[in-house]
Ligand binder design. Structure first.
Ligand code: DGL
Length: 270
């Protein structure tokens, strides 16, 4: 039996909002003609303030609808919060390869010289036992500081949606949330453990200072997607991608110009 997907079968990216675009970017660089569906759960944003129970039910159900509608060859949960809480549930519910997003604690532990690492994520992500396990497995001889910043998620969304927002202030507060903890002065690596945060890379780097390395998992996820789809057929030419947003009265989809740099040419709502 031939398991090869049709050339136009898309890769589905999923996030609560626009953070997953930071994973889509490096993936398109590796697989330029890959058909793309980018799904954002605007009706559920922000995930970082939801309970584990709510996300463990919501994410697999929504991904199930999206998979039925777009028939992707592979789905990427381009969201740390959804991955750390719901990845196992999604894999159990759906019969296609699922790539998750894991806080980059392992590479951070290899990079730090001072032995102090910061993990910046959503409030939900930083409290997960999954982060305890990663720290115990890869950074047991390091100090791992954690801080959850819903304000950074809101600032990244506002920035891409063209709404006025003080992104510098949001970044400074988030970095202070790590640095003001015991040992924080020595922190030399920060893991951006929320896919929204690289959208504020410059602001966060300025707030952290040039001596601090900011790292995220996007390039590694892109390589993983390329590896899992190796040898599969792709379209000969690039076609515009689709972005799909869950319908929300308070949060309309972003302007097309915000998505165009990511190869998105059509916006839908469900
Ligand atoms: N982008 C998401 C993450 O990586 C979460 C943002 C949110 O909805 O709170 O964790």
């Amino acid at each position: 039996m031939d398991h090869s997907p049709a050339p136009d079968a898309p890769i589905l990216f999923f996030d609560s909002g626009l953070g997953g675009l930071t994973v889509l970017g490096p993936t398109r660089a590796l697989l330029p003609t890959a058909p793309i569906v980018y799904a954002a759960d605007y009706a559920g944003l922000p995930y970082g303030e939801k309970s584990n129970e709510e996300l463990a039910a919501r994410v697999p159900a929504l991904l199930g609808r999206l998979v039925e509608r777009y028939q992707p060859r592979l789905a990427v949960i381009a969201c740390n919060t959804a991955s750390t809480i719901a990845l196992t549930h999604v894999r159990a519910a759906l019969d296609l390869p699922i790539v998750g997003t894991v806080p980059a604690i392992k590479p951070a532990a290899a990079l730090t010289k001072s032995g102090v690492i910061g993990v910046l994520g959503t409030e939900a992500t930083v409290r997960q036992p999954y982060v305890d396990d990663l720290s115990a497995q890869f950074a047991s001889d390091k100090t791992v500081l954690r801080h959850g910043s819903p304000a950074l998620v809101a600032a990244a969304e506002a920035k891409l949606n063209g709404r006025p927002v003080d992104t510098d202030e949001a970044a400074e507060r988030a970095i202070a949330g790590l640095r003001d903890q015991p040992g924080g002065d020595a922190m030399d690596v920060i893991v951006l453990a929320c896919t929204h945060f690289p959208l504020l890379q410059d602001e966060l780097q300025a707030a952290a200072g040039a001596d601090v390395r900011l790292i995220d998992g996007a390039a590694g996820i892109a390589r993983r997607i390329a590896h899992l789809t190796e040898g599969q057929p792709w379209p000969a030419e690039v076609a515009p991608g689709i972005a799909v947003f869950t319908r929300s009265d308070d949060r309309p989809p972003p302007p097309p110009a915000a998505l165009a740099p990511y190869g998105i040419g059509r916006i839908e709502t469900i």
